[in-house]
Design a protein around this ligand. Structure first.
Ligand SMILES: [Zn+2]
Length: 103
């Protein structure tokens, strides 16, 4: 593999796409083959090219915004996915109505 390929790599995007593939992966669709290739690219970048692990395996975090329809509570939370959260007032499970990338 050539060096330019790695210099231009968006590691955050790769990590996010790997996460998306993991969520879609089933025994039927065999997506784990692609996931293993992405793992290999990350390992090669760290072990052979010496790119720091915290760059290659960068974590993507989201700031998720919630409104509880039952009690009208507004809150937000940082998580590693656009996940549901429990209302801090009534404990109902709520989907985020908005999510932003959190740096
Ligand atoms: Zn509530």
């Amino acid at each position: 593999m050539n060096k330019e390929f790695f210099d231009n790599m968006n590691w955050g995007l790769l990590a996010e796409q790997k996460k998306n593939l993991l969520a879609l992966c089933t025994n039927e669709n065999k997506l784990e083959g692609i996931i293993h290739i992405l793992d290999d690219i990350q390992d090669y970048a760290c072990d052979v090219l010496g790119i720091p692990e915290n760059v290659v395996f960068t974590e993507i975090n989201y700031l998720n915004f919630y409104i509880c329809k039952d009690c009208n509570e507004h809150w937000n939370d940082v998580a590693d996915s656009m996940c549901n959260d429990r209302c801090p007032v009534c404990n109902k499970e709520i989907e985020p109505y908005n999510s932003e990338l959190y740096e």
